[in-house]
Ligand binder design. Structure first.
Ligand code: DGT
Ligand code: CA
Ligand code: ZN
Length: 574
């Protein structure tokens, strides 16, 4: 039996949605498949167990019919309905639909008019200028499609951090129980909390490398064994992720862990430092001439090099070694230091949880406060709130706040309109405790206009937080063109908080910019942008990125108490 994971199921459901749309079927039907795809992707726990227990249809948007199809897929590895749909299209066609800017309708025109049925054919046709005169296309579209193809090529074979981490952690936990394994850790880009990764690296201290390696190759989700050497075992899993496992002796383990955590650049800088001290550092050990200098853990290796321990997130050769030498490494923020979160959606707009449910969930997480942010009125697609509904929500919040417990702040995620204005008149904006201003439209404005738009939003006295600043979607869409330095400078001057959107598809601001923003003196808020209860926990990815951006609790608004936050919001207005 072929095992099918969440990612594969989600992908197939998504594809069915697209194919149905292409066939001109009822749009509700195709939307239902896409929704189910999203649900499965984010479903907690083990999918096969859910199927076996028959509890799939308890997940939102998964009725009896969908549950039956997913069960077939998980249990048999294929879905007859999907196969039937696929054979009614040329092979490679569905791949075409993964190109940004090419929806099903356009794809059908291209197929009918030019016989384009694959990405390669599309690229060729664009390069040959065949789309320039095609009705509904034109030179500009053609250029965009070429960009989309190039971007897809760049993104291919990469995974979002949480997807890969969940898989790697599962394997790590199993290996940790193996009798031949004394220590095992996730290393590589995952340990460094990089937002997307190529593969998952594991390092283990073992008594017997062969049986430990076999524990990986023998796993049911392994699709292909890539390498089976004396220390290195590499496999590719069903979902496409590659796992590299290095098995070493206990004494070598700290050096192997350090090496395979990387980054390459950090390693190179460390080795150069060792050389300057008359030492040799490599993945096997630290040596003075022929003499090996034993270290029990990474901390001892750094100490031997005259350095304080450098957290994995910082190991990107961006000044961390100099800071470690000078004893000036930041005291990095930890998840426990968050005392609340802002930017949480409710059922009033496009969220799935009520105010009461969110309040209870915040209490469970030990948070003092929660900033409620539904979408503003222009966001029709997300049931943005008209003024009347805003006022009703304020009443509900007042009532809940009366009851005590977790404090709710009245917020809104207002669209930044095309000209940089916010989405409500000032007298309404004045009624919120805080306002998150985000761009959700006109992504394509030229840089100068996009920058001017954001700067205008920053000038607005009611803007408290600037939401997902670049608008990027990881592995799907680049951020919009904007002069980030100008925006960061304005945020400092205007005392506007910059959001670190913790949704794993966004992680926006990027950690590289985050450090820049911190150095410039910007206040940051780690916001989950949660649309359901589970989404609240995305802040842990935000904390990872914040650490990667060198942030301490002091740089982050939501490490402060409810009273301090209220004070900050109030002062911002006066
Ligand atoms: P990835 O896989 O692209 O998401 O990023 P990494 O950093 O996990 O890269 P990977 O898997 O190729 O290698 C894991 C670590 O092993 C890397 O961070 C540093 C170390 N490493 C690999 N190749 C080299 C090398 O040529 N020189 C040095 N100094 N270190 C290396
Ligand atoms: Ca890696
Ligand atoms: Zn939002």
């Amino acid at each position: 039996m072929k095992r099918v994971d969440k990612q594969t199921v989600s992908h197939i459901l998504e594809e069915i949605g697209l194919l149905l749309e292409l066939k001109g079927e009822n749009p509700f039907k195709s939307r239902a498949y896409r929704r189910a795809a999203r649900t499965i992707r984010t479903l907690p726990g083990n999918l096969a167990e859910r199927v076996a227990a028959g509890t799939l249809d308890e997940a939102p948007g998964i009725g009896a019919a969908l549950s039956e199809k997913i069960t077939e897929l998980v249990e048999t590895g294929t879905l007859a309905y999907h196969t039937e749909l696929l054979v009614s299209f040329p092979p490679g066609f569905s791949e075409l639909l993964t190109i940004a800017g090419l929806g099903p309708k356009k794809a059908k025109i291209l197929y009918d008019a030019l016989g384009i049925a694959s990405v390669g054919e599309l690229e060729y046709a664009c390069q040959e200028n065949r789309l320039a005169d095609l009705p509904g296309f034109g030179a500009k579209t053609q250029e965009k499609l070429l960009e989309g193809i190039a971007r897809r090529r760049r993104y291919q074979g990469r995974f979002l951090f949480p997807e890969a981490l969940e898989i790697a952690e599962g394997i790590r936990a199993d290996l940790a129980k193996h009798p031949a394994v004394s220590r095992v850790a996730v290393a590589g880009s995952l340990r460094r909390c990089l937002e997307t990764v190529t593969d998952a690296d594991l390092v283990a201290a073992v008594s017997d490398a062969e049986t430990a390696g076999a524990a990986l190759t023998g796993r049911p989700e392994v699709a292909r064994i890539i390498e089976q050497g004396p220390t290195k075992t590499a496999v590719q899993l069903e979902g496409g992720l590659q796992i590299d496992l290095r098995c070493v002796d206990e004494t070598v383990y700290p050096f192997a862990l350090l090496h395979f955590t990387g980054s390459k650049e950090h390693n190179a800088a460390l080795r150069a430092r060792a050389r300057r001290l008359g030492l040799t550092l490599n993945e096997y050990g630290l040596f003075k001439g022929n003499k090996s200098l034993p270290c029990r853990d990474e901390k001892e290796i750094y100490a031997a090099l005259g350095l304080a321990f450098i957290a994995p997130e910082l190991r990107e050769d961006r000044g961390e070694i100099a800071a470690a030498e000078a004893g000036e490494l930041p005291d990095l923020v930890s998840p426990e230091e968050l005392r609340g979160v802002f930017h949480v959606h409710t059922v009033a707009s496009d969220g799935t949880a009520t105010l009461e449910e969110l309040t209870a969930a915040a209490a469970e997480r030990g948070w003092q406060y929660l900033g409620i942010c539904d979408h503003s009125r222009s966001a029709h697609y997300a049931h943005g709130l008209e003024v009347e509904r805003v006022r009703r929500q304020w009443q509900e919040i007042d009532a809940l706040n009366e009851a005590g417990g977790v404090r709710l702040f009245k917020g809104i995620e207002t669209d930044i309109l095309a000209d940089g204005a916010l989405d409500y008149p000032d007298e309404v904006l004045a009624g919120f405790d805080f306002v998150v201003a985000s761009i959700h439209s006109y992504f394509q404005l030229p840089e100068a206009e996009q920058t001017a738009r954001l700067l205008r939003a920053l000038e607005n006295p009611y803007t408290t937080i600037l939401g997902h600043l670049t608008g990027r979607l990881l592995l799907a869409r680049d951020g919009y063109a904007v002069d980030l330095e100008a925006v960061i400078a304005a945020a400092v001057r205007r005392k506007v908080v910059l959001e670190l959107n913790a949704n794993p598809h966004r992680l926006d601001l990027d950690w590289r910019l985050l450090k820049q923003a911190r150095d410039a003196g910007v206040m940051i808020a780690i916001n989950p942008d949660a649309h359901d209860l589970k989404g609240l926990d995305d802040v842990r990815y935000g904390v990872g990125v914040a650490r990667k951006g060198w942030l301490s609790a002091g740089d982050i608004l939501n490490t402060r108490s409810a009273a301090e936050v209220a004070d900050w919001f109030g002062r911002r207005r006066s």
